[in-house]
Design a protein around this ligand. Structure first.
Ligand SMILES: Cc1ncc(COP(=O)(O)O)c(C=O)c1O
Length: 458
């Protein structure tokens, strides 16, 4: 502390230096408490800071930064642009402007093409005029508004649930809900391919937890046979439509299991809403199950619903606990009026225009068929909005993304360390707005590239 603002006394540089060395000597005495005080030469004095490994004093040596730099050098070595944090211009339907060029966009969760819908824009504008752009406080204190409850009623109605609760972030919804409802002495079993937000919530809860092999109901039963009786509450949690692979959780079997073993069941519908089921109501509509057999329906407002945030729909006892104890709800601002207006309008449009749901399903099925018939590896995809092209190499995924970009197609590679190299892929999000011509053109490019990189024979 040689800064003059922090000096207690002394004047000029020499005063500061002598003050600094006396403070240093005092610190050294504290460090060596128990030894003989006052006998150290200046060069022998060490401060607690001197004992710290220099790697822990500098974020330039943080392993996460080292990862980032390694990824950048990897991109440079491959001669490709880093495809992340690319500034996107206006996105409209299935198109995006990047720089001064228009691309077919496969990187957006705008599944029903509702973002920038004129009715949503108008209602957002009206809401901002009436309420402003923020509620300015947590709902627990001064942030509660009528539109919050109106939105939650609509969300609850989607699942015929007694209640719903809206959060300002989808990620925070999973973290807060899981870690508030479950804790020490409880057990959580989650699908091994679950989204990061689920896993963060599970870890934070303090409960014992195990992942079960992806979508394996046998593995789940085995874990329950071995562990269920040793814990109090048990949660089974999974994504509905899997965001990386485009396959679907086996809801009927999950319900049978949860009833048999006495567990709670939570389903993350981030990617299912608007995509699965005749009316886009998601997993339970797809499987024709009773939504009341699932304890916690979770979803995001940021995908089909053209907003930002998350929600749960559940019994009143669950929402009562969360309304008073979930940190991501209690200690965070209430949902903004403009987001609530966008989401309520999107929900109305989804219900009024089921043809949008039919279109995203039709487009996805057609694209999957085009790729499969060319022998391209699409992993477990079932033809519902999320369609990966498995390259089994981060390098090839990055190069293919770059080649497609040059052809006017924007799609992101998922590469190591986000997934093991063997699982590297391009991930296509299909929307209701993609045209047959877009999909056919893209499939043709992909065929050519898969041959070029020897993923399919010539
Ligand atoms: C399965 C899943 N759950 C939760 C989230 C988090 O949602 P949000 O991005 O709205 O915070 C995502 C985000 O992509 C997701 O894919």
């Amino acid at each position: 502390m040689t800064d003059s603002k922090n000096s207690a006394s002394g004047g000029g540089l020499s005063g500061l230096l002598s003050l600094a060395s006396s403070i240093k000597a005092e610190k050294a005495k504290e460090t060596f408490s128990g030894g003989t005080p006052g006998t150290f030469a200046e060069k022998d004095l060490i401060t607690p800071r001197d004992a710290v490994d220099p790697a822990y004093l500098d974020f330039r040596r943080h392993p996460l930064l080292e990862n980032i730099l390694a990824a950048r050098s990897f991109a440079t070595a491959c001669g490709i642009r880093v495809p992340y944090f690319q500034e996107m211009g206006i996105t409209d339907g299935d198109r995006v402007i990047i720089g001064d060029r228009e691309y077919i966009n496969y990187s957006s969760y705008n599944y029903l093409g509702l973002n920038r819908h004129p009715l949503i824009s108008r209602n957002v504008y009206e809401a901002a005029k009436l309420y402003g752009s923020s509620v300015g406080a947590s709902r627990v204190v001064a942030g509660e508004r009528t539109f919050h409850r109106d939105l939650e009623k609509k969300l609850a109605a989607l699942y015929d649930a007694p209640d719903a609760l809206a959060f300002v972030s989808g990620h925070a919804t999973n973290v807060s809900v899981i870690s508030t409802l479950f804790g020490k002495g409880d057990l959580i079993l989650y699908d091994a391919l679950s989204h990061n937000s689920i896993i963060e919530g599970v870890k934070l809860s303090g409960a014992q937890y195990f992942p079960y092999a992806h979508n394996s109901m046998t593995a789940l039963r085995q874990l329950l046979d071995k562990n269920r009786s040793r814990y109090k509450r048990t949660l089974i949690v999974t994504e509905g439509l899997f965001s990386m692979d485009g396959d679907i959780a086996d809801l009927p079997e999950l319900i049978r299991i949860k009833k048999h073993y006495g567990c709670f069941l939570m389903i993350d519908e981030a990617h299912s809403l608007g995509v699965l089921g005749k009316c886009g109501r998601g997993l339970y509509e797809y499987w024709e199950c009773d939504p009341a057999d699932t304890d916690i329906w979770m979803g995001t407002l940021s995908k089909t619903l053209a907003g930002c945030g998350g929600y749960i729909a559940a019994r009143q006892d669950i929402t009562d606990i969360l309304r008073c104890y979930a940190p991501g709800f209690v200690y965070s601002v209430g949902l903004s009026p403009v987001v609530a207006a966008a989401v309520m309008t999107a929900l109305d449009l989804m219900t009024a225009e089921p043809e949008r749901v039919a279109r995203v399903q039709h487009n996805s099925a057609c694209f999957l068929e085009l790729l499969k018939s060319a022998g391209i590896n699409t992993g477990h995809a079932l033809g519902y909005a999320v369609i990966p092209v498995i390259t089994r190499s981060s390098r090839i995924a990055a190069l293919m993304s770059e080649d497609l970009f040059k052809e006017g197609v924007s799609v992101h590679p998922i590469i190591h360390p986000a997934v093991p190299d063997q699982e590297a892929r391009l991930r296509f999000f299909i929307t209701a707005d993609h045209t047959d011509a877009d999909l056919e053109r893209t499939a043709e490019f992909l065929k050519r590239l898969c041959r070029k990189y020897r993923l399919i024979p010539d």
